[in-house]
Ligand binder design. Sequence first.
Ligand SMILES: Nc1ncnc2c1ncn2[C@@H]1O[C@H](COP(=O)(O)OP(=O)(O)OP(=O)(O)O)[C@@H](O)[C@H]1O
Ligand SMILES: [Mg+2]
Length: 218
Amino acid sequence: MASNPDTSLKNRHRLVLGATGAGKSQLIRELIPAKGIRLLGWDTDEDHEGHHIENRADYARLVAKALRSKKPFRLLWAGANDLKTFEWWCELVFAALDGRYPTEILIEELADVSPSAGKASPKFGELIRRARKYNGGLTMASQRGTEISKTVYTQAAEFWIGRQEATDIPRMSRLAAVTEARLTAVAALHYIRKNGPDVSFYKLEFTKNGRKLTELSE
Ligand SMILES: Nc1ncnc2c1ncn2[C@@H]1O[C@H](COP(=O)(O)OP(=O)(O)OP(=O)(O)O)[C@@H](O)[C@H]1O
Ligand SMILES: [Mg+2]
């Protein structure tokens, strides 16, 4: 069971949306610190750094061990990519949260485990609605914003919108609060960040030493 709730904690859930190759996973690598944190991830394509695990018993055992150790960890699920397994994982992640320590919760390609654009599946719904108080911050990615639960839109505090397929431009431009023409002009590795009323623009570049995320003037 999640422990030590703290109602004063901020909502830091965020959703990254963009077509394949838009740069969602690369952006997430930049947004989530590479070291020194608690990270539980759903990463079936193995796009992120960490310990990838394909077996439920091993995953549960390693999470329990990591929690006992009080040290940073990065435990990424890389097994079955179906709704039943996702519900199991969400329940396990929620139980691992402890309000005294921040935990980053990464979910890659959320549409794969979204039954509809309606209400979230039960355990995912509980995780996204209750994680904040237990110091959990969800970072979610999806290629198609139209296929994921409306609960995600009501719970996320921040949206990063990258290059979109033409059919998604109308809805995603409303979400980003920019014109359709402005969103159409967004290239790979460029993003619109929407946080409450604030809209800002970013680009990600690859440098000799890694990546660099820079804010643009418009
Ligand atoms: N080392 C690198 N140097 C330059 N560009 C890179 C490098 N690594 C990745 N890219 C670029 O990053 C983009 C891919 O980003 P990423 O894998 O984050 O996409 P994605 O949105 O997560 O796609 P998908 O939905 O298929 O997972 C491509 O445009 C690719 O050319
Ligand atoms: Mg990706």
